[in-house]
Ligand binder design. Structure first.
Ligand code: ZN
Ligand code: ZN
Length: 137
């Protein structure tokens, strides 16, 4: 039986990874760390359990930056693509940047997180729920 998976990679292609469905959720994050880390208005992530996620190539060029006391972000040391976010509050899951995937995942974005922290220079026109906290707890 073949498993439903999606492959992703960084901009330079050094880091390649894949995730197996089902993912846990998908959301747009408006927190200031995501904004700065990506140079973008907000970042779309999906969460998947560790056992459904694997790095196929490029582990040696991955760089980990502790962005808070419980979170760490991983990026490609060659091209700088932001790739993953780990959180010690949910160590069994990993957050993956949707934009780096080469195909669709099993769900569309479901909500906005950290809505109150959003950049006031961007406008969002969808009707998704707008939450003011992450789902970390
Ligand atoms: Zn890269
Ligand atoms: Zn964020």
């Amino acid at each position: 039986m073949s498993k439903a998976t999606v492959t992703g990679s960084c901009l330079c292609g050094a880091v390649v990874f894949h995730a197996e469905f089902p993912t846990l959720f998908c959301c747009h994050c408006h927190c200031s760390m995501c904004r700065r880390n990506h140079g973008a208005a907000y970042v779309t992530w999906f969460r998947v359990s560790n056992e459904r996620f694997e790095i196929d190539q490029g582990q040696d060029v991955l760089v980990r930056h502790a962005s808070s006391d419980h979170g760490a972000r991983q990026f490609c040391g060659q091209c700088g693509s932001s790739l993953f976010c780990e959180n010690s509050k949910h160590p069994d899951h990993i957050d993956v940047v949707l934009a780096n995937m080469e195909g669709p995942i099993d769900k569309a974005p479901q909500f906005h997180a950290y809505w109150n922290n959003r950049a006031d220079w961007t406008e969002v026109g969808d009707t998704l729920p707008r939450l003011n906290e992450d789902t970390d707890d």
